[in-house]
Design a protein around this ligand. Structure first.
Ligand code: CA
Length: 223
């Protein structure tokens, strides 16, 4: 089931959307303030986020900016009552996938959600940072304290999978699923080889890739 975080402070709209989306089989978690939205995004993963721009506590654009800075690739659709073009552009610049201006029809929302969910999550990011490590996910360029380091396309994909889940364990299977021609390989050896090479390239960085035996890998800051 597709899990949805709905951050909307208009009770009437929120209740209506919750009802409609649940009816369509989505699992919906609703919050009505910016602070609650940010807090739950820190502890829980969702398949998609519907984010009102004008929320009490914290503005939607601030939540989105922080969410992307932390490397999250979850699709985000902005909901806005504001007609100001600037807000929408700012939102899209910050990594929103789409936006809807209130009032909108729930069928329209659903169509946009399906489109956003079809995209691979990796497409939602441009630069992910962890410590001194910066990975541009559009071109696979890694910079370490300002210095560019060459990565093969596969190395870039693996590093991206780890960085977007920094501090969390990523299974070998999940990593392999990111590379189309790996999906059929039953062995995780290919991933092991790439991780080994990445560790060498990241030797001087302030991050480290740790092995979680029998499961996968976790990338973390080293102090
Ligand atoms: Ca609002």
């Amino acid at each position: 089931m597709t899990s949805v975080l709905l951050a909307e402070d208009d009770d009437y709209l929120s209740n209506g959307l919750q009802k409609a989306l649940k009816k369509k089989g989505y699992t919906v978690t609703a919050v009505d303030s910016g602070t609650d939205a940010q807090a739950i995004l820190h502890v829980q993963n969702f398949d998609i986020v519907l984010l009102d721009l004008g929320l009490p506590g914290l503005d939607g654009t601030e939540i989105l900016a922080e969410f992307r800075r932390r490397g999250s690739t979850t699709p985000v659709i902005l909901i806005t009552a504001r007609d100001a073009l600037d807000d929408k552009i700012a939102g899209l610049d910050l990594g929103a996938n789409d936006y809807l201006v209130k009032p909108f029809h729930v069928l329209e929302l659903e169509a946009r959600m399906r489109a956003a969910l079809r995209k691979t999550n990796w497409e939602n990011l441009t630069v992910i940072e962890l410590g001194k490590v910066k990975l541009n996910t559009n071109n696979g360029v890694l910079t370490l304290g300002g210095e560019e380091i060459d990565l093969t396309p596969r190395e870039a994909v693996v590093l991206q999978a780890l960085l977007s889940n920094a501090g969390r364990v990523v299974s070998k299977r999940k990593i392999m699923d990111q590379v189309p021609d790996w999906a059929d390989e039953s062995s995780g050896n290919a991933v092991e080889i790439i991780v080994h090479r990445l560790r060498k390239k990241l030797e001087i960085a302030d991050v480290t890739i740790n092995t979680v035996r029998g499961f996968g890998y976790i990338i973390e800051r080293t102090n």
